[in-house]
Ligand binder design. Structure first.
Ligand SMILES: [Zn+2]
Length: 394
């Protein structure tokens, strides 16, 4: 009877975690370390971006992986910004925009295109705007900060908007935010994907929902216009709650899982924001963690790091990170997120592992990150058979 007790405890623990253990088994296993710098909020906006983009392009070109390829910085692109002057002229009655291919933004678009042509920038769809325009217009009626934002700088910074309003796919003029209608979503997704095609001469295949708020209708609409991959922090938020925080159903999303319209999810849950104090070491630690779990490393970093006072320090830190990453990982690969998604979708044999031993070893590393699982496995002695499995996988 006493001998049966641990077995019973193991069975209970495994049953409790069964769903997550199975999904972790199915998550693609990468054969080599992969690093991509994912940077959001670029595009229509302040002209100082052009200098920042030129500096980043030069920096990226200084490094390469063992195949001779330079690192890729994916750029979450905002395709338009409020035309504050025109809105003022219309007495605030109408929302008008400046698109990224407007003559006023020539320098920014030229800097983007130069990096794209050299293969160090990969544009991704962040949104037509980094907000839902009717929500911003409505908020301006009651919120002085929003009214000032709309009446202020010729090319305002979306980072200066109140956080809830930076979500595009929910109407956050009131909290909790209100859902958009399906026709509204369909029309907006059609317009932004068409604008991306017009401006970059390519279909937007990777989309990064602003503030990670989106829903099934957005996935359907994006997919209908060519989006194949959506970046997620490992979950999906669908609205802003009464306190303005992103909120959703809390389900966890893994690499390679599929959403509506068969879009493929790629997880970006590692952060490198030098302006917030992140050093190269933190980026390297993220690369070590992800590689240990046989996952690609998508490092999130925003535009704000590279414009303004922190820009030089951020550039230096990124430079240091890339140099140290190449030195520490001789088999490191620099890929774009689109390529990462395609490799997982097609089970590319050069990059994705199919061997049982490697699969087992990645799975064992991954399950240790499950909340409380390792603690319970220790408590019940399940660590022992898991350790033996690890020996078998080695
Ligand atoms: Zn953003």
């Amino acid at each position: 009877m006493l001998l049966l007790l641990p077995l019973l405890a193991w069975a209970l623990l495994l049953a409790l975690y069964a769903g997550r253990l199975i999904t972790l088994w199915h998550e693609p296993v990468w054969r080599c370390p992969v690093l991509v710098i994912e940077s959001d909020d670029w595009g229509a906006g302040v002209l100082s971006q052009a200098v920042a983009l030129d500096a980043l392009r030069t920096l990226l070109n200084r490094h390469c992986d063992h195949t001779g390829r330079p690192p890729v910085m994916t750029l979450g692109i905002v395709l338009a910004i409020a035309d504050t002057e025109a809105i003022r002229a219309a007495a605030g009655r109408e929302y008008l925009r400046i698109a990224l291919d407007d003559v006023r933004l020539t320098s920014v678009l030229a800097a983007l295109r130069a990096g794209i042509d050299e293969g160090v920038f990969a544009p991704q769809l962040h949104g037509m705007e980094h907000y839902w325009p009717p929500a911003v217009m409505a908020a301006a009626q009651t919120d002085k900060r929003v009214a000032a934002w709309l009446a202020g700088d010729a090319l305002p910074r979306t980072e200066d908007l109140p956080s809830p309003l930076q979500s595009r796919w929910t109407a956050a003029a009131v909290l909790p935010s209100l859902p958009l209608s399906i026709p509204e979503i369909n029309e907006a997704a059609a317009a932004e994907t068409a604008a991306f095609q017009r401006i970059f001469g390519m279909t937007a295949q990777v989309a990064v929902p602003t503030t990670f708020v989106w829903n099934d209708a957005v996935e359907h609409a994006w997919s209908a216009h060519g989006v194949r991959c959506i970046i997620t922090p490992g979950t999906r938020y669908e609205y802003r709650d009464a306190q303005g925080r992103p909120a959703g159903d809390g389900r966890s999303i893994l690499n390679g899982e599929r959403g509506q319209g068969n879009v493929l999810y790629v997880v970006r849950d590692q952060y490198f924001e030098p302006a917030l104090g992140h050093r190269a070491e933190q980026g390297l630690a993220a690369l070590a963690r992800q590689t240990g779990c046989a996952r690609p490393t998508l490092l999130e970093t925003h535009r704000f790091n590279f414009i303004g006072e922190s820009a030089n320090a951020a550039i230096q830190e990124l430079d240091s990170l890339l140099g140290k990453a190449c030195a520490a990982y001789p088999t490191l690969r620099f890929l774009s997120t689109k390529e990462i998604a395609e490799a997982m979708a097609h089970k590319d044999a050069e990059l994705i592992e199919t061997g049982l031993h490697q699969h087992l070893s990645a799975w064992l590393a991954r399950i240790h990150n499950l909340p409380r699982f390792t603690k319970l496995a220790r408590l019940t002695g399940l660590v022992l058979p898991l350790w033996l499995l690890g020996k078998f996988a080695a």
